[in-house]
Design a protein around this ligand. Sequence first.
Ligand SMILES: [Zn+2]
Ligand SMILES: [Zn+2]
Ligand SMILES: [Zn+2]
Ligand SMILES: [Zn+2]
Ligand SMILES: [Zn+2]
Length: 371
Amino acid sequence: MTCTFFLCDRICAGCNYEIGHGRFLSCMGAVWHPECFRCHACNQPIADYEFSMSGNYPYHKTCYKEHYHPKCDVCQHFIPTNASGLIEYRAHPFWAQKYCPFHEHDGTPRCCSCERMEPRETSYAALNDGRKLCLECLDSSIMDTSECQPLYRDIQAFYESINMKVEQIIPLLLVERQALNEAMDGERNGHYHMPETRGLCLSEEQTISTVLRRPKMGMGSRVPDMRTEPYKLTRRCEVTAILILYGLPRLLTGSILAHEMMHAWLRLQGYRTLSQDVEEGICQVLAHMWLRTQISLISGKNTPSSSSATSSRQEKRSPFDKKLAEFFKHQIESDMSPVYGNGFRAGNQAVLKYGLPSTLEHIRLTGSFPF
Ligand SMILES: [Zn+2]
Ligand SMILES: [Zn+2]
Ligand SMILES: [Zn+2]
Ligand SMILES: [Zn+2]
Ligand SMILES: [Zn+2]
């Protein structure tokens, strides 16, 4: 009797009915009909001896792995465990792209613009000078000097809108990496530069190899018919030209251009030679300011652009463009270098506190940021 009573009292934790006399499972501190003990992921009964637990739910071991074991965004495999049995992966701080640590050494290309690693199943576009570009960055990339002119007018309008109009006509040329490095060597007053220089404000008379013809883009292959032409710079003022690396997305090209324009502005206004952190810092502040105007423009605040001569690209802004603008802004803010990073943070703080005109006036008089 007691025995029968005991059996009748057994309730399946899955369906809440009596177990009865059939087979049953005893696990997780309860009893179950075999068909009631189900995987929280696929909802099929778990007949295996071993199963996985997460948050008080049972899983098939394979289902658990599928759901909780991180997969590499580059090779699509499960990220392997390291020598201590832990899953160790790298993740991009902004994009949250996670990948096996060894991809950092196995030649996996990164996009030269957004830094994301090339996933195995997609193929990035290869630029003539060895750089690779992801397809989303490629989508808004500016490929040659003439294509960049509408953006140049945007940047000029931006400077005008903050009462810093650059009156002089400075040629803007898009160049390959090699040409940029050569031009940098040709400058007498070598400025401090980032490991990968993407823009340059020139003062010397040089002959620059400029990208003039839009290359036909072969997906994932090298660009076949890239044209460059020599361009002889002549000195009309303190600044002979602004050079920018070709092939970068509009938003990155624009922020580099805003930075280089500030170098030009300082020289044309007769500022003394500034310490590197002050000079690069204030140039980064202007690049950052321009990116902020672009973010609010993309966010659809519907502020009509001040210049009517804006590029046609402006109309087809994608959600990715906003993310990209935020990434470039984040890059400026989180730059750890003493010149660009600390320079930007000091400059930005000064501008927030005193405004741009007073900060510039202080720099002109003292060569340093106001505190
Ligand atoms: Zn049941
Ligand atoms: Zn399952
Ligand atoms: Zn991997
Ligand atoms: Zn990219
Ligand atoms: Zn600079």
